[in-house]
Write a protein that binds this ligand. Sequence first.
Ligand code: Q9C
Ligand code: ZN
Length: 334
Amino acid sequence: MRRFFAPVQLTHAPARELHNGSFVAYAEVPARAETILRAIGGAEAPEDRGEAPIAAVHAPDYLAFLKEAPARWAAAGRSGDAIPYTFPVVGRRALRLDRIDALMGRYGFDATTPITADTWAAAYGSAQTALAATHAVFGGERAAFALGRPPGHHAGADYCGGYCHLNTAAIAAQAARDAGHPRVAILDIDYHHGNGTQDIFWDRGDVFYASVHADPATDYPFYWGHADETGEGEGRGATLNLPLPHGTRLDAFRVAQSRALDAISRFGPGLLVVSFGADTWQGDPISRFSLTTSDYALLARDIAGAGWPTVVVMEGGYAVDALGANVASFLSGF
Ligand code: Q9C
Ligand code: ZN
């Protein structure tokens, strides 16, 4: 299975995040990628396919913000990483976006996702891995893996959050659409709901989004991922949310994933993008499901059994010592 990673992705290394009321060490560390690389025996550098496939998903003002925010933050006299701390409450009129402080809250939905001077380059590299894996599948590979780090599924068309800046799964899915696949599906099995991916395709009928995740009644990102969110307009019925409770083990997870795969089968995609997070592992420090390392091979086998050309993009997973084995187990299922 071909796999892709660009060394520049290691440069995004924020110091701290706001977590449950305190500043703590950032969980989405470069060592995550290093341990995965060791476990899977390295990866190819992706070709640079430029910004157009990223701009096919993300708003131009948001991309400009991501590039400029660190310099504007520094120009305001700040020494630490840029972190939003004030947010435009839903529905407010007459937003004034001239201050970096206001921009941070406009383009970020949480205080857990700092932007550093290296973030744009790292996120760009991460997006290129998703494109490389997608093109590998276009070229006839049965499945390919994008070691997307920073991850992507919490990033919307015009916002960042949840350690995510560019939505790698959405960029892969859109690239497949633009290459002529009429229907593309995304299966998101990260512990957290992929709110950004859902938002991007919310009112579209050409990209099906199915997610198995921790119930947003108890877990981040709270505002998205409830079972009654099913899409709107052309996208009505093309979003499927399957929230599960704390403590979920393989049996219940597998049943939910099968429901998602059945719905995707009815949709009939020509290509599948899997947003894979290993934060469903039993020892994950920020999550509360109970999957084991060997469970991931079984889950992947169920996905592979459906037979679609498949692009796997890396999302979360924060138990760094176990992460490599968990990812290797998942990929072995293909
Ligand atoms: N107190 C991914 O797995 N922290 N992002 C939540 C709740 C943010 C996870 C803190 C978790 C984001 C890609
Ligand atoms: Zn996650």
